[in-house]
Ligand binder design. Structure first.
Ligand SMILES: Cc1cc2nc3c(=O)[nH]c(=O)nc-3n(C[C@H](O)[C@H](O)[C@H](O)COP(=O)(O)O)c2cc1C
Length: 304
């Protein structure tokens, strides 16, 4: 009997689509063993790409507060099949799984498709995905799905360079390098190389040893944790909670508050986050063991 593999994803730029397709290649190559199906999540009212600047910032409150939109239903074929393994591709918007992903997870279709099924999550983000993965772990647990592996691909440039290049990319569509700035997003080599993670997943899946999958993925570079960014995310989540609730509550002041939020966000990235970095470095000896423990936890698939 052939095993059924489902790849669920959403991708605006095509970056995440390329990644999940590369990871799925080892399954595609064994046609006699696997039936591979793709489910591209589609919103009834999708977001524009490239993003007009005001839409980009205006999407923040609903993104962060995980307010879903309506999606087109998956096909009957997908809804009525039992899958043996799901590769779940997602991206992060404002430190949270993106609105299209949340819309699927909250849709009712997610439980039908994912309940009692092994899931490998695959994210393609700038570099701040760690606490989003924690949010996603909770969704998967509540849906009755079993997380068996995680791959987190990021832009490996320093935090400031990647802010500049991603804003250029998302608001103009220009991914290629320009002037002093390198190309945006995850490197082409890493996207092409993600097929190796597919090989690792296939090996563990076919031998029935999924419990050994995540350590093997981590050993092969699938999950890098930068402790400083975890700290920034923790602070960011606290601040985003205040801003998002304020903007949602004060409906009539929304355009003005979004403008303030934009200024605040830029100040947070360029002024507050360097301060956090210095404090983080100064406290390294004190928190060394705690941070090592946290790193091991975030590289794993368990939920605290
Ligand atoms: C509105 C918005 C907010 C984003 N916020 C984050 C973020 O908080 N952390 C992060 O690492 N990447 C963030 N990204 C980058 C995305 O995770 C993703 O890598 C990028 O948009 C590529 O798009 P695609 O996966 O839809 O092809 C954001 C992108 C958008 C459009």
């Amino acid at each position: 009997m052939k095993k059924n593999i489902l790849i669920i994803y959403y991708s605006q730029t095509g970056q995440l689509e390329d990644i999940v397709k590369n990871v799925a290649r080892p399954f595609e190559a064994r046609k006699e063993e696997y039936d591979v199906t793709y489910y591209n999540i589609r919103l009834k009212e999708d977001f524009p790409f490239p993003w007009p600047g005001d839409v980009f910032f205006n999407t923040f409150p609903e993104s962060y507060l995980q307010i879903p939109r309506e999606i087109f239903p998956p096909s009957d074929e997908i809804l009525n099949k039992k899958y043996d393994l799901i590769l779940f591709g997602y991206q992060v918007w404002y430190l949270t799984p993106s609105i299209p992903i949340i819309s699927f997870l909250k849709s009712g279709f997610a439980e039908k498709i994912m309940k009692d099924t092994d899931v490998v999550t695959i994210s393609g983000t700038r570099n701040m995905w760690m606490l989003s993965q924690e949010k996603l772990k909770v969704y998967l647990k509540n849906l009755g799905a079993k997380l068996v592996g995680n791959i987190a691909l990021v832009d490996r440039h320093d935090n400031y360079t990647s802010v500049l290049t991603i804003l250029r990319w998302l608001t103009t569509g220009q991914k290629e390098k320009s002037g002093m700035l390198p190309a945006a997003g995850i490197s082409d080599e890493e996207i092409a190389g993600s097929v190796k993670y597919g090989n690792i997943i296939e090996k563990h899946f076919s031998s029935g040893n999924l419990s050994g999958l995540q350590p093997d993925l981590v050993k092969n570079g699938a999950v890098e944790i930068r402790p400083f960014l975890v700290r920034v995310e923790k602070v960011g989540n606290k601040i985003f909670t205040v801003w998002s609730n304020l903007i949602i509550k004060k409906k009539e002041k929304r355009p003005l508050l979004i403008k303030f939020f934009k200024v605040y966000l830029m100040a947070a990235i360029w002024i507050i986050s360097p301060v956090v970095l210095v404090l983080h470095l100064l406290t390294t000896p004190i928190f060394w063991f705690k941070r090592q423990k946290q790193k091991t936890y975030l590289q794993g698939i368990n939920l605290k």
